[in-house]
Design a binder for this molecule. Structure first.
Ligand code: IDP
Ligand code: MG
Length: 153
C-alpha cells in the first residue's frame, strides 16, 4: 500500500431504491480493492445537508441539491484504499451526467445518473474534505488515528 487514504462516499437518495445499481456500485468497490470501513443508512436533515454542502451555498443549483439530498434515505460509506480519493472519483465520472454519458460511458454516474443533481454518488475531493465529511457522519471516527494504525500493516 503506497498511499493509503480514506474517503467519504454517499449513495444519493434515488439510488438506494434501485437494488441493481446498489449491487453494481458495491461490486465496483470490491473490484477496486476498496474496503468499507464504516457504513450507515440515514436521511439527511436540511441543516445537515447545508453543513455538508456549505461550499455550494448561493449557487444556482444549491436549493435543488439540498431538497434532493433530503428526499430519501442515503447510504454513507467510509472507504479505504490506495489513492481512494482520486480513484473513487474517477469511478464516479464527471459531475454532470450528460458529460459522463459521452466521455466516461462506463462510469457510475453515466450508468445510473438521472440528471446533474441526481448524479448517483458523492466522493470527497481531497484529504481535508474527506476528514471534514467523515466527521459529519461518523463523529466518533478518528481519521488520523485510523490511518496511522493501518498504514503500519
Ligand atoms: P462533485 O459531486 O462531483 O464533487 P460538486 O461541484 O462538488 O461536484 O457539486 C456537488 C453536487 O452538486 C454535485 O454532485 C451535484 O449533485 C450538484 N451539482 C453540481 N453542479 C451542478 C450543476 O451544474 N447543476 C445541477 N447540480 C449540480
Ligand atoms: Mg464536490
Amino acid at each position: 500500500m503506497t498511499n493509503l487514504q480514506l474517503t467519504l462516499s454517499i449513495l444519493k437518495p434515488f439510488i438506494t431504491r434501485n437494488p441493481y445499481a446498489r449491487k453494481t456500485i458495491r461490486e465496483f468497490i470490491k473490484e477496486n480493492n476498496f474496503k468499507i470501513v464504516q457504513s450507515t443508512t440515514t436521511k439527511l436533515t436540511k441543516s445537515l445537508a447545508a453543513k455538508f454542502y456549505e461550499e455550494h451555498q448561493g449557487k444556482f443549483f444549491y436549493n435543488r441539491l439540498q431538497t434532493f439530498m433530503c428526499s430519501g434515505p442515503i447510504d454513507v460509506y467510509i472507504l479505504a484504499g490506495d489513492d481512494v480519493i482520486t480513484r473513487w472519483r474517477k469511478l464516479l465520472g464527471p459531475t454532470r451526467v450528460y458529460k459522463a454519458v459521452y466521455s466516461h460511458p462506463d462510469s457510475i454516474r453515466s450508468l445510473f445518473g438521472l440528471s446533474d443533481t441526481r448524479n448517483v454518488c458523492h466522493g470527497s475531493d481531497s484529504e481535508e474534505s474527506a476528514k471534514r465529511e467523515i466527521g459529519i457522519f461518523f463523529s466518533d471516527f478518528n481519521v488520523d488515528r485510523w490511518l496511522e494504525e493501518n498504514k503500519k500493516l
